[in-house]
Design a protein around this ligand. Structure first.
Ligand SMILES: *Cc1c(COP(=O)(O)O)cnc(C)c1O
Length: 366
């Protein structure tokens, strides 16, 4: 018998997730100096982590011999205060990606369906397939906007989750609060909305689903410290929702799933509001700079509201390759069914300029 015959079916259906390549790997593969490479491929924070978070992590590292507090009391207490919710409404994850997987452990099985917009974050599909459930994709509206009525229309008696990110990745578009409320009200009682808020901090006014939760609507929200908080390497995120839902998901969690170093950094990051505000401001300037640059190059782009933009460059993979040879790492989005588009994370002002100049050269418009 082969190992494949012995394996769980769900594991063999996993599409390969292609992460943005690390700078050192690209340097090795192309014989480039890593110091001359910039990475605008994974929506990381170009301003780094908050220095206060780094200091807190360094302090926690002094006690690396100890297991973390597996209840993550300090972090959950801080989050409860931030959101005005109970501590029992929070679960801490090894990145918010882990929360998606824990939700799968808790609620997914063969025979169940998960509805998501086309071109959604691939982890929704990975987790759905891992548990033998079926991903159902709802079509996008024009301009790569997520059509929430189409999402509601794709719900069946077998639907367990509706996945929605806003701003979405990779398309970058955000849905209005009104659209999202309408979606929630349209969902039948057997469906849980998994609302991914990975990029919410970049919005002026992020939709607030807490009142709907309080009404008894079935919703879980996901947040991450990987984006505006600049802690992607430490792997920490959280989910919040009704306490009955959170209690069930907690059962799927390993006792020490997040390091004390990451948890301490997360608390300090939450306390550094000034840093977050600066990141938001710089990101907005970066979005404008990239948008103007794309327009000057005659490139169509999606007016994204996260910390990245999609530009229509022709052959996305070819342009990605050519940029990479010039030491600029971006992300082709062909695996999402968008072969003509390239996703570019907002960098520093200098990095954005370098990207735009390299793009002009690659497209013969330099
Ligand atoms: C980056 C991202 C996340 C966060 O992932 P982590 O596991 O917390 O690093 C979640 N959802 C979307 C849509 C993202 O783009």
């Amino acid at each position: 018998m082969t190992y494949a015959e012995l394996a769980n079916k769900g594991i063999l259906t996993q599409p390969v997730y292609e992460p943005g390549k690390p700078i050192d790997q690209v340097a090795r593969e192309l014989g480039l100096d890593p110091a001359g490479i910039i990475k605008l491929a994974s929506n990381e924070n170009p301003l780094g982590p908050s220095p206060k978070a780094v200091a807190a992590a360094a302090r926690a590292l002094q006690e690396a011999q100890l297991y973390p507090d597996g209840g993550y009391y300090v972090l959950r207490e801080r989050l409860a205060r931030k959101w005005g919710l109970g501590m029992d409404q929070f679960i801490i994850g090894d990145g918010s990606n882990e929360i998606i997987e824990l939700l799968g452990h808790a609620f997914l099985a063969p025979g169940v369906e998960c509805v998501m917009p086309q071109a959604s974050f691939v982890v929704y599909k990975l987790v759905t397939l891992m548990f033998g459930a079926k991903p159902v994709e709802a079509p996008l509206a024009s301009g790569l906007r997520q059509d929430l009525r189409a999402l509601a229309a794709a719900v069946t008696p077998r639907t367990r989750f509706v996945f929605l990110a806003s701003p979405a990745n990779p398309v970058g578009t955000a849905n209005t609060g009104e659209e999202i409320v309408e979606l929630v009200r349209a969902l039948p009682d057997h469906v849980i909305l998994v609302f991914d808020e990975a990029y919410s901090e970049y919005l002026d006014q992020a939709p607030d689903l807490r009142p709907l939760m309080a009404e008894g609507r079935k919703i879980v929200c996901l947040r991450t410290f990987s984006k505006i908080y600049g802690l992607a390497s430490l792997r920490v995120g959280y989910g919040y929702g009704p306490k009955e839902l959170i209690a069930i998901v907690q059962r799927a969690r390993q006792p020490f799933n997040v390091s004390a170093v990451a948890a301490a950094a997360a608390v300090a990051a939450l306390d550094d509001a000034e840093f977050v505000e600066r990141c938001r401001r710089e990101n907005r300037a970066g979005l404008a700079q990239l948008g103007e640059g794309f327009a000057r190059l005659g490139l169509e782009f999606v007016p994204g509201q996260g910390n990245f933009l999609l530009a229509k460059v022709g052959d996305g993979v070819a342009v990605f390759d050519a940029l990479q040879r010039r030491g600029v790492i971006t992300r082709p989005v062909k695996p999402y069914g968008l072969p003509e588009w390239l996703r570019v994370s907002v960098g520093t002002r200098e990095q954005n300029t370098r990207l735009l100049n390299s793009l002009a050269a690659v497209l013969g418009k330099g």
